[in-house]
Design a protein around this ligand. Structure first.
Ligand SMILES: [Mg+2]
Length: 251
């Protein structure tokens, strides 16, 4: 049981990975979905304007990579290559970058775009810890507003919570924040979120597995609980409250 040192809170701000959702979710489910379906996806949707916009971004990045001497990069000439040739080269660039777990704009944008089809088509489901779902329902039912703050884009957050292993949870959530509001380890981000919600930081409870994020929220004046889940980085002794079952967090 966690004892709260304060007189409650009006809103809860939740991290996703390692908090509501297993930390391995993105690597175990979202990335493999793209890896196994990207070839077929490009073939089926190559002519679509939105797909072509992603193709142009991937090609532009690939040509920069070739110029920079990156060995695996394959040059793409969208004006000269046949559609089939261009598709093969674009795919080769996507595949090496995914194997290298590269975090680069063009690839991340395409991954996010493809996830939408995976969630909407029923092949992907947002993995949720049952106690996180129960606690979200309990908070919302008791008039505590629930917000999400994740490094994944707001669009991706809405997909994860819109299509979960427990159905859609969008009705429980009052708002979403990503790193457009600021980095998760900066206190100013939490101050900005509290201001946007319209509450004093002290009336917001932030839950995350990452102690650096917890420290930043604490510095901004928020209440905090560290999420302890299987597979999370062990945090050992720390000055912050911890929870492995969110139903134990007092209202
Ligand atoms: Mg996390």
């Amino acid at each position: 049981m966690i004892t709260m040192a304060t007189d409650g809170y009006d809103a809860v701000l939740l991290d996703i990975e390692g908090t509501t959702t297993p930390i391995s979710f993105v690597h175990d489910e979202l990335f493999p979905y793209v890896a196994r379906s990207v070839a077929e996806f490009l073939e089926a949707r190559w002519g679509e304007p939105e797909v072509q916009a992603h193709v142009r971004a991937i090609a532009e990045q690939a040509n920069k990579d070739v110029a920079a001497g990156i060995a695996d990069a394959v040059a793409v000439d969208l004006a000269a290559d046949s559609a089939e040739e261009a598709r093969r080269k674009v795919l080769a660039n996507i595949e090496w970058q995914m194997k290298a777990d590269r975090k680069i704009g063009a690839l991340k944008d395409l991954q996010g775009y493809m996830w939408k089809f995976g969630f909407e088509g029923g092949e992907l489901r947002g993995a949720m810890y049952p106690d996180a779902v129960a606690a979200m329902k309990r908070w919302a039912g008791a008039g505590r507003k629930v917000y999400i703050y994740s490094s994944g884009s707001v669009e991706a957050q809405k997909l994860i919570f819109g299509y979960t292993t427990h159905g859609s949870l969008l009705g429980l959530i009052s708002g979403y924040y990503d790193t457009k509001v600021g980095a998760k380890i900066d206190a100013s981000s939490y101050a900005a979120i509290a201001a946007d919600i319209g509450l004093a930081p002290g009336r917001v409870l932030f839950v995350s597995d990452n102690v650096n994020e917890i420290r930043a929220a604490d510095e901004a004046g928020m209440q905090t609980v560290v999420s302890v889940r299987p597979g999370n980085t062990p945090i050992g002794e720390c000055a912050f409250r911890q929870s492995s079952d969110f139903m134990d967090i007092p209202l």
